[in-house]
Design a protein around this ligand. Structure first.
Ligand SMILES: [Zn+2]
Length: 234
């Protein structure tokens, strides 16, 4: 299976790229935010434990996050055994800590698998600030707009529901800078870890969406060929 870790700061287009790359290469999503929501909605044992942690206002501990990722991998393995064409997974928002990265190594080793590549989408800080400063959100339905590249048809009015389109208070330059700094601090040790292991691929994210997608797909395929013993992409 292909195991692709996708990293990139807020405003890098990571969510959009993840979706496009998954569709192109027939990969499933392993996004921890989605896994948490699905587990809570499904009222699973893990879901109930996560709900209780949310209710207390605490962070979900690594051990629970890892358990959910393992469940998802088991599910994918069953789907593949049943004939699904899914070729692997794109990890989004995971691993986030060194503890989670260690756990992922262990999980994959147990399954006789390995990380295919770690893709980092690089975008200059000035560009991120500009993109995020242009972000607007519908106060009613949450739909996201961009004042420069994707504005609502009528200024300040949501296309979908007619609600008011506003700039969120935490999208000010100061708040955005703080979040980007936090992201850099959090991911630096992981980036270093994967670079040392020769797994890191840096992609210039400051280009047209199609070009970025093409570069990521190409990087994954090149790495998959290099790591597959038969030279064939699994
Ligand atoms: Zn709306």
């Amino acid at each position: 299976m292909l195991h692709v870790i996708l990293m990139g700061p807020q405003g890098s287009g990571k969510g959009t790229q993840s979706e496009r790359v998954r569709a192109r290469l027939d990969l499933a999503s392993i996004a921890t935010g989605e896994l948490f929501r699905a587990a809570i909605k499904g009222q699973t044992d893990l879901g109930q434990r996560i709900q209780a942690i949310y209710d207390r206002g605490d962070l979900v501990p690594d051990e629970l996050t890892v358990a959910l990722v393992e469940e998802r991998l088991d599910e994918l393995a069953r789907e593949r055994a049943a004939g699904s064409s899914v070729r692997g997974a794109v990890y989004d928002g995971f691993p986030r800590t060194e503890g989670q990265a260690n756990a992922l190594d262990r999980i994959l080793t147990d399954r006789g698998e390995t990380i295919t590549t770690v893709v980092v989408i690089d975008v200059p800080r000035a560009t991120l600030l500009r993109r995020l400063a242009a972000r607007r959100v519908c106060a009613n339905c949450g739909r996201v707009y961009n004042a420069e590249s994707d504005p609502p048809r009528v200024d300040g009015v949501c296309d979908a529901c007619g609600g008011q389109v506003v700039q969120r208070a935490d999208d000010t330059p100061e708040a955005v800078t703080k979040r980007l700094d936090l992201y850099d601090d959090e991911t630096a040790p992981l980036v270093e870890r994967y670079a040392e292991r020769g797994l890191l691929t840096r992609i210039d994210g400051n280009r047209a969406i199609d070009e970025v997608t093409a570069s990521i797909v190409e990087a994954i395929q090149a790495r998959a060929m290099a790591t597959s013993p038969s030279g064939k992409v699994a």
